[in-house]
Design a binder for this molecule. Structure first.
Ligand code: ADP
Ligand code: MG
Length: 371
């Protein structure tokens, strides 16, 4: 859970602060007719730095698991203006004029740095590429391809599962290159004005880093190429999902086109809730990955760890309910590992959305999946 500070506007108009972190993952909401305490793996309050969120959320471990061949996903969830984009990218992506200070960089840039450092220090040869999509009104658009955005078809094949046809995947080797892709894509994201937040993001954005690793043999046999001396390649992904605002339609004063948007957004979030809701109440335990046959404990400090359970009864997961869940089927399914960062505002005016975010996050936290 990340609680952002009161904004200047909220402070000026005298909004009360109704959310307080009690330490040890407990967060307390107190207002006139509400008094509730929730427990999570980690709570970051208004004073928490971007670095503290990166280190305390399990993000570093997630990057390492992606290098090891897992499908890893980070979701930022919460109402518009609650700090999702700030948590993922920092303030940088919202102003084109001056770069933000390095201390404000978000989970994405910190993960890229970590990934590139690991790639150097592990002595393994990592082939990195990125794709960046948005889902707007249940249409998938490529944020990296030049020209006006056009809808791309979502397909399914036995070997690849769900994939987006003609999606651009751009290789990168440096921090500058991937950060510049991130900025290019973010600027193309659909935004439209409505009562709650002038720049509210009405689309889901998915930045996926594809990591192909091949451990390098220390002593390649003479005459042997990379292929012969290297270990079998592993393919992991690290996906950052900046979800559209979770607020309900009536509170944003949406009408016409905007209410169509809000309905598509809610459909995606509902489907996510359902796919997570298939195994409530299961305790987390050691899980076996089909990718590496390595038994991984859930990373320490994880907000939510959805690792595969080797046994258990099958339950239908409604991936077909929305494009978002179809695209994330691999991550939400058996061998995926998911970190969910639920963002909330401390303001009394956001109370009902804050409670709904906390309830959603509590449900998500109790879910485990199987391969
Ligand atoms: P969302 O993406 O959820 O709509 P934003 O990330 O755009 O929300 O945040 C809304 C506003 O609050 C922005 O002006 C952002 O800079 C500010 N903000 C969000 N989280 C924090 C934080 N932890 N510290 C300081 N400012 C924040
Ligand atoms: Mg945003």
């Amino acid at each position: 859970i990340r609680v952002r500070p009161l904004t200047c506007t909220e402070a000026r108009r005298g909004d009360q602060q109704v959310v307080h972190s009690l330490g040890d993952g407990a967060v307390h909401v107190s207002a006139a007719r509400h008094d509730a305490t929730f427990g999570f793996s980690a709570v970051f309050d208004a004073g928490a730095s971007q670095e503290a969120v990166f280190e305390g959320s399990g993000m570093r471990q997630l990057v390492e698991l992606a290098i090891d061949g897992f499908s890893c996903t980070v979701f930022a969830f919460g109402q518009t203006g609650s700090g999702k984009t700030y948590t993922l990218m920092g303030p940088l992506a919202q102003s084109e004029t001056q770069p933000a200070s390095p201390a404000l960089l978000g989970l994405m840039q910190r993960s890229f740095t970590c990934l590139l450092e690991q790639s150097r220090s592990r002595g393994s040869d990592l082939a990195l590429s990125a794709s960046y999509l948005e889902i707007y009104n249940e249409q998938v658009r490529d944020l990296l391809s030049p020209g006006p955005p056009c809808a791309l078809p979502l397909r399914w094949s036995k070997t690849r599962g769900f994939y987006v046809e003609n999606q651009l995947s751009v290789e990168f080797e440096s921090l500058e290159a991937i950060v510049s892709l991130l900025l290019q894509g973010s600027q193309r994201r659909r935004t439209s004005a409505h009562a709650l937040n002038r720049h509210s993001s009405r689309s889901h954005a998915l930045l996926t880093i594809h990591i192909r690793s091949r451990a390098v043999s220390a002593h390649p046999a003479p005459g042997e190429g990379w292929g012969a001396s290297a270990c079998p390649s592993k393919q992991g992904t690290l996906c950052f999902v900046d979800l559209a605002g979770s607020e309900r339609v009536k509170e944003t004063g949406s009408s016409g086109e905007l209410s169509v948007e809000a309905n598509s957004i809610n459909r995606s979030l509902l489907a996510l809730g359902k796919s997570w809701g298939t195994r409530p109440g299961s305790p987390a335990g050691p899980h076996r990955s089909p990718v590496t046959s390595f038994v991984a404990p859930p990373p320490a400090g994880h907000c939510i760890s959805l690792l595969a359970k080797p046994r258990g009864k099958r339950t239908h997961i409604p991936y077909r309910d929305s494009k978002l869940t179809r695209l994330l089927a691999r991550s939400l399914g058996g061998s995926g590992i998911t970190l969910m960062v639920a963002c909330i505002s401390p303001s009394s005016r956001c109370l009902s959305e804050t409670l709904s975010t906390l309830h959603y996050a509590s449900r998500a936290r109790r879910v485990t999946t199987r391969p």
